[in-house]
Write a protein that binds this ligand. Structure first.
Ligand SMILES: Nc1ncnc2c1ncn2[C@@H]1O[C@H](COP(=O)(O)OP(=O)(O)OP(=O)(O)O)[C@@H](O)[C@H]1O
Ligand SMILES: [Mg+2]
Length: 381
């Protein structure tokens, strides 16, 4: 019996739960040439979703879909190179478009090498103009504009983990250089990311170059009922049974977090004889916590003592008043100013957030929060 659950990057042909409205709305934004900021906590399915939107745009509308990932960008040259490479990658199997790309993207030259897995691997090197830094990025963005004009096609460009450019010391100039060129291009851009305070700041703070240049689009967790139906159906079609109430229990255990649902369901599918029961779900949750432990501990290790203290406290007792005297005294948090400072830093790292409806500060990742709570009372497996 093949395990149908996939906790890692979802291949385009893997079963995909719901997101029907989002697929439709994002496609419409692309068709109208609008820009969108797509944001959510980590692992909610942003990348999987935009890749499906791009596939639909290409298949249904003949769109050119450029996908660049800014995760871990190290320099302005690196940003320019990733943009250029993304254009070459999407055009190299289409002779007419490939010619246009080679003609217009002059700031980089393509290097192709045979590759055992994909047939050919593609990378880029700066062309011999000798430009680097901002002038190189400006030239690349301008040549991208020329490419878009000459291709005479619908173009959608996804910049995944876009907020990572703020890690560069010249980030404001980078933002300005990109924004100036993007606003004249006939393409729709999706700016995608999970460090929400930083990403949203780029688009919603008045003094920033990208101010109000895109629709803010929040990706919520998956709806409980649909997610439970999705899980139950995958058990069913792969030879095991997960009764509806057990599927609901499973998705609620991980607060409908898309990736944890896949992880927990994967373990439960392996462990269940034929029919899923409550004990199996509980045991697998503990196993999952154990498996996540090195990752969680790594995150904790990277924090200062004060940040660790605030994180642990917010996990144990989410609160609307983290700076209140009684809360600070109860958990010995130090000064109110120190608490505020650490909360902002933890929010920038996307570790804590102020929940919108309840206005309570809490740990963003529900399983990390559970881990911290169990660790606090010495109940980890
Ligand atoms: N609609 C969905 N149906 C089923 N599984 C999903 C869905 N969306 C997300 N997932 C699960 O969540 C995992 C994370 O998805 P993805 O990498 O697209 O999220 P992300 O928001 O881009 O994450 P990150 O913030 O780390 O970039 C996927 O590998 C998959 O297991
Ligand atoms: Mg992603």
């Amino acid at each position: 019996m093949k395990n149908p659950f996939c906790p890692y990057t979802l291949p385009l042909d893997a079963p995909f739960c719901n997101r029907i409205t989002e697929l439709k709305e994002l496609e419409a934004f692309a068709l109208s040439g609008s820009n969108v900021v797509l944001y959510s906590p980590r692992r909610y399915g942003k990348t999987s979703l935009v890749l499906r939107v791009q596939r639909n745009l290409a298949e249904k509308h003949g769109a050119i879909t450029v996908f660049a990932d800014f995760y871990g960008v190290t320099s302005i040259d690196d940003i320019a190179a990733r943009m250029a490479k993304a254009v070459f990658a999407v055009t190299h199997r289409n002779e007419p478009l490939w010619k246009i790309a080679l003609r217009t993207i002059r700031s980089f030259r393509v290097v192709m090498k045979p590759d055992a897995e994909s047939g050919v691997s593609l990378s880029v090197e700066p062309a011999s103009s000798g430009k680097y830094g901002l002038p190189l990025l400006e030239e690349t963005m301008e040549s991208l504009g020329e490419f878009i004009d000459q291709s005479e096609s619908l173009v959608n460009i996804v910049l995944d983990e876009f907020q990572e450019i703020v890690e560069l010391k010249e980030s404001l100039q980078v933002e300005a250089a990109m924004r100036t060129r993007i606003q004249h291009q006939k393409a729709s851009y999706f700016f995608v990311g999970s460090r929400r305070r930083i990403l949203l700041g780029m688009f919603n703070e008045r003094q920033r170059p990208f101010f109000q240049s895109a629709f803010n689009y929040e990706l919520p967790a998956l709806p409980e009922e649909e997610l439970a139906g999705f899980v139950a159906a995958l058990f069913d079609s792969n030879g095991k049974k997960c009764p509806r109430e057990m599927a609901l229990k499973l998705v609620r255990t991980v607060s409908c977090h898309p990736q944890y649902v896949q992880k927990l369901a994967y373990l439960v599918f392996e462990a269940a004889e034929k029919v899923v029961d409550e004990t199996t779900i509980r045991d697998c949750l503990m196993r999952m916590l154990k498996m996540e432990e090195p990752f969680f501990e790594m995150m904790i290790q990277g924090l200062s003592l004060q940040q660790k203290l605030i994180l642990r406290t917010v996990a144990i007792e989410p609160t609307t008043q983290p700076m209140a005297a009684n809360y600070i005294a109860k958990y010995r948090l130090g000064s109110a100013g120190g608490v505020r400072h650490s909360l902002i830093q933890l929010e920038d790292l996307d570790l804590v957030e102020k929940e919108k409806t309840s206005e309570r500060w809490r740990v963003v990742d529900p399983i990390f929060a559970l881990y911290l709570r169990l660790k606090d009372v010495g109940m980890l497996p």
